[in-house]
Design a protein around this ligand. Structure first.
Ligand SMILES: NC(=O)c1ccc[n+]([C@@H]2O[C@H](COP(=O)([O-])OP(=O)(O)OC[C@H]3O[C@@H](n4cnc5c(N)ncnc54)[C@H](O)[C@@H]3O)[C@@H](O)[C@H]2O)c1
Length: 261
């Protein structure tokens, strides 16, 4: 059955700028009732609300200052969503940083933040407060979660973790009891502040040298393209699947080969 966006509400972490804000806008373009932008940056948040009001009219979005590493703040974002809009149906675990120089924080945001989201969404809010028959969680990994990037090994590990969380929580056992579908997206290099100046965001000068050699060869894409592809995948992507959206091309499914038993 194709997911219907009518009357649905989405919570997007890291939704106040970058690709996250484009997910929020694309969801509204597809007919969701409202979106919550759960982001750590209130300045981005206020600007994003103004942008959304200009394009979609009033009462379509709220901003909740949220650090995804703190489960109480994350839960507050869910609570405010339900208080304001009555239901919550879609969660984008999108907040993320690329900075191996502060790798413990990077792991906390990219991995613990995503786990906090799935725990709150799948075990509680999307299960209890969805409007339709199914809730959806979109976990944002990266091409760096499925292929090696020599200059950012720890970022790659965080994004590989997101794949592991998705394939295990995206199993029939969890779907049958929660009716929450979970899938992952691996965007390619996308023009946002995350990649605009990567110098210093690594483990030292040797990594910087490797980075300069690596990055220029990769195809770029605008964040709007990723948002369009991903929001349309909400309608059709199966539980536990992984999708690559790279180089401005249509998304395709990435299948991990089966282990030999
Ligand atoms: N840009 C790319 O090339 C690319 C490629 C693959 C995957 N991704 C992933 O896509 C996601 C979005 O990336 P982006 O390019 O839009 O980045 P961005 O830096 O433009 O935006 C990230 C947003 O997350 C917010 N944020 C940061 N820490 C947070 C926290 N602790 N709690 C809540 N919000 C927080 C920031 O305030 C910002 O609004 C990330 O998970 C990133 O790893 C990006």
């Amino acid at each position: 059955m194709v997911f219907d966006f009518t009357d649905k509400v989405a919570l997007v972490t890291g939704g106040a700028s970058g690709i996250g804000l484009r997910y929020a806008k694309e969801l509204l373009r597809n007919g969701v009732k409202a979106v919550t932008l759960a982001d750590i940056d209130p300045q981005f948040g206020q600007k994003a609300l103004k942008d959304i009001e200009e394009e979609f009219g009033p009462k379509k979005a709220i901003f909740v200052k949220t650090d995804v590493t703190d489960i109480r703040q994350f839960e507050d974002a869910f609570k405010k969503t339900v208080e304001t809009f009555k239901n919550v149906d879609i969660l984008f675990n999108n907040a993320g940083v690329l900075n191996d120089a502060i790798w413990e924080k990077e792991i906390a945001i990219n991995v613990n933040g995503t786990i906090n989201g799935v725990l709150l969404g799948l075990e509680n809010y999307l299960k209890q407060y969805r409007q339709g028959s199914e809730g959806v969680i979109v976990n944002i990994s990266s091409i760096a979660g499925i292929s090696p990037f020599a200059f950012i090994p720890i970022y790659c590990a965080t994004k590989a973790a997101v794949i592991g969380l998705t394939t295990s929580w995206g199993t029939p056992e969890h779907y049958q009891r929660t009716k929450v579908r979970v899938f992952a997206i691996c965007p390619g290099v996308t023009t946002t502040p995350l990649i605009s100046d990567m110098s210093g965001r690594n483990l030292g000068p040797e990594y910087e040298t490797i980075m300069i050699r690596n990055v220029d060869t990769m195809p770029l894409q605008p964040p709007e393209h990723v948002a369009k592809e991903v929001v349309s995948l909400i309608k059709t992507a199966d539980n536990g699947t992984i999708w690559v959206v790279e180089g401005g091309k249509p998304g395709y499914q990435f299948v991990i080969p089966e282990r030999r038993l």
